[in-house]
Each structure stands twice: as C-alpha cells, then as structure tokens.
Design a protein around this ligand. Structure first.
Ligand SMILES: Nc1ncnc2c1ncn2[C@@H]1O[C@H](COP(=O)(O)OP(=O)(O)OP(=O)(O)O)[C@@H](O)[C@H]1O
Ligand SMILES: [Mg+2]
Length: 356
C-alpha cells in the first residue's frame, strides 16, 4: 500500500459546527472549573505527582505495558529496581515532567521538544523514522489500516507545519478544537518507530498548559481512551477516510469534559486528605508539626530520613525521631527497600491508587 498523502494543517474543513460548539461550551465549563480549583491549591507539586503516577500507568497500559502501583512505587523509590515494565512507566513520568518544564520555560512546543519527550519515553535515540514500511495494523486480523507518510525530510516538513499550527494561532480556532486536530495530525504523521501514542498523549496535556487552559499538567485522556478504545481508533481513521472531523473533535472534547470532572473529584479528595492529616499531626504531634513537614510528607508517596533532614534542615537523629513518631501515630508505614528505609504516606497512596 502507498504512503498516505497527509494534508498539511489547517484542515480544509468546517470545524466549528453547531454540534462541536455545543460540546465545546460544556467542555470549557468543566475544564475552567478544574483549573479554578487547582489554582487555589498551594503546593501544586503534590497534585502533579499524585496524578501523573496514574497517567503514566494508564498511558503505558494502552501500549500493553502493565504494572501495579506497588511495582511502580518501588521503581520510583529505589534506584536499580529490576522490573522492566515499572521502569518504562517511570520513564514515561520523567518524560512528562521534562516536557512540562520545557513548555513552562520556553512558552512554546517545538519539534525538538517533542523529539526529546519521545527519547525520554523510549530511552533510545532512534529519533524520526528513516526507513519506510511502518504500517498500522489491526491487531487481530493483521490487516493494514494505515500507512503513514515516510522519508525523514517529508516527516520533518509535516512536523514543521504542525509546530506552526501549535504555536501560532493564525486561524482563530478555539484551542480545545485545535487540540483534537493536533492529536489527529501527530498520530497520522506517526514520526517515530514507536511511542507515537504515548508522545501524542503527552503533547495533549502540554498543549493545555501552553494555551493556559491549565496551569499544571493534571488532565489526561488515557483512561478515557482505554475505556473507549475502539471508538478512538475508528474515529481517528474516519477523519482520513470520510473527512469526519466533527465526530472526532466531539469525541476528544467529550473526553476532556468527562476527565475534567473526574480529576476535579480526585483533586478535591487529595486536598481534603492534606488538610485532614495536617490537623491530625498538629493535634497529636504538635512539637514536630510544620507546614514544611506536611509538604515533604505529601511531595511524593514516600519520604526518607535524608529528605526530612535536608528539607527541614535538622540533624539525622531528629529526622529519625520525627519519622518514628509519625509511624507510631499511623501517619506513615515504613519498609526496608534495598539499603534504605522508606516511609510511605499510605493514605495518599491508597487514595490515588483507588480513585473513586
Ligand atoms: N488509523 C490510525 N490513524 C492514525 N493514528 C493511529 C491509527 N490507529 C492508531 N493510531 C495511533 O497510533 C498510536 C500507536 O502508535 P505507537 O505504537 O507508535 O505508539 P505507542 O505509544 O507505542 O503505543 P500506544 O498508543 O498503543 O500506547 C495509537 O495510540 C494511536 O494514537
Ligand atoms: Mg507501540
């Protein structure tokens, strides 16, 4: 089958149809509510860390890299941890953080940044595809569904066009509609040998941050895509075969609406947990309470003697005493991992692990 002659952006089609605009209003409302609430939370790091662990797990599951929260937790805490799937999921999370920092710093999203993200995910330097014959197949029938463009020069030109569409708002189209267009186009260019899906899902959230629709990278469509996997693939393909932009855009907008609502619930629960634990520590351990200590306990799902020592500027002995007291009162659960003792914030971990 010949390579598909993918048209450059913007699409030669009416995107802002009545149906799209109706969904767009709902999506904007849900997203604005999430942003508004998240903006009021003092330590955003807590939210981002908690939410990206689930995203890394879900996005990797689409690629059949399956791991549990426990495995993932160990791979995060312990350098040299052996489980390859967990390690790959941790790489995804690193790629995401890295991309976020770059977008915040440079206020743009470039082809080079995208290359960098994919490199972090895959841990290799293969870069843009150079060899032809990458095809997308139906996994059960092995029938070719789509043959993306090939040739490094061609792919770079398409990426340059995409980069312009991402960073310049020459068409005045709403950014959420553009996000759907960008995701379709990136997946259709399919610039890499592997990791196009995961990279594309990271681009989605970075684009929301770039357009200031979110301040922190806390909204991810991976769970929605897993739940609606066959619609996701069918609708991507229908843009190409039938020019059906409307159904695709509405599908993505709906995903952002549903996910904003679910994320808002989780963010509120995390916030409540921080408040509850703060009050309990103040009550039970008033001598060791400080705002900085709470931040350290929620920064990740775990802490260590060294983190408390450095974070609070106390001696090793004091740090050990604090952690022992916190464990005795049931705030932390410790475990020896490798050479170190790791103190888990189990309440936060359980809350994120079993999101309602
Ligand atoms: N018909 C299609 N047209 C365009 N893109 C498609 C089509 N079918 C699938 N894709 C995209 O290709 C991605 C898979 O590509 P690839 O294997 O390179 O990425 P991945 O990150 O390794 O996998 P996954 O997305 O399954 O996690 C899918 O996530 C989807 O976004
Ligand atoms: Mg793959």
């Amino acid at each position: 089958m010949n390579d598909y002659n993918l048209p450059i952006l913007p699409p030669d089609a009416e995107l802002e149809t009545k149906y799209v605009l109706k969904q767009l209003a709902k999506t904007n409302r849900a997203l604005a509510e999430l942003k508004g609430y998240a903006d009021t939370i003092p330590n955003k790091h807590i939210l981002i860390n908690a939410i990206t662990i689930n995203e890394a797990k879900d996005s990797s599951a689409i690629e059949n890299i399956i791991t549990t929260h426990d495995e993932l937790y160990k791979a995060i805490c312990q350098t040299g941890y052996k489980n390859p799937a967990a390690k790959e999921v941790v790489s995804y999370r690193t790629a995401l953080w890295h991309g976020y920092e770059q977008v915040k710093k440079r206020e743009m999203l470039t082809t080079n940044m995208i290359l960098d993200i994919q490199q972090h995910i895959e841990n290799n330097r293969a870069g843009i595809r150079k060899l032809p014959r990458t095809v997308l197949m139906n996994e059960t029938t092995c029938e070719t569904i789509y043959t993306p463009p090939s040739g490094e020069q061609k792919l770079l030109l398409l990426m340059a066009n995409l980069e312009k569409y991402v960073n310049e708002d020459f068409d005045g189209i709403d950014p959420l509609i553009k996000l759907a267009v960008i995701h379709y186009q990136f997946e259709s260019i399919h610039p890499f040998y592997d990791g196009n899906g995961r990279t594309g899902r990271i681009i989605n959230v970075l684009y929301l941050v770039l357009k200031e629709l979110l301040d922190s990278p806390i909204l991810y469509l991976s769970r929605y895509i897993i739940r609606n996997k066959s619609a996701y693939y069918t609708l991507l393909q229908e843009v190409r075969t039938e020019g059906n932009w409307e159904a695709w855009i509405v599908f993505i907008l709906k995903g952002i609406e549903v996910t904003s609502e679910e994320t808002l619930v989780l963010v509120k629960r995390i916030n409540r947990e921080v408040d509850a634990m703060t009050a309990e520590i103040k009550d039970k351990l008033p001598k060791i309470y400080s705002r900085e200590l709470i931040d350290l306990l929620f920064y990740e799902f775990y802490t260590k003697i060294q983190y408390i020592e450095e974070g609070l500027g106390v001696s090793r002995r004091t740090s050990v005493n604090y952690l022992t007291a916190l464990e005795r009162e049931g705030f932390l659960v410790s475990e020896k991992l490798g050479k170190e003792r790791i103190y888990q914030n189990k309440r936060l971990f359980d809350l994120v692990r079993y999101p309602k």
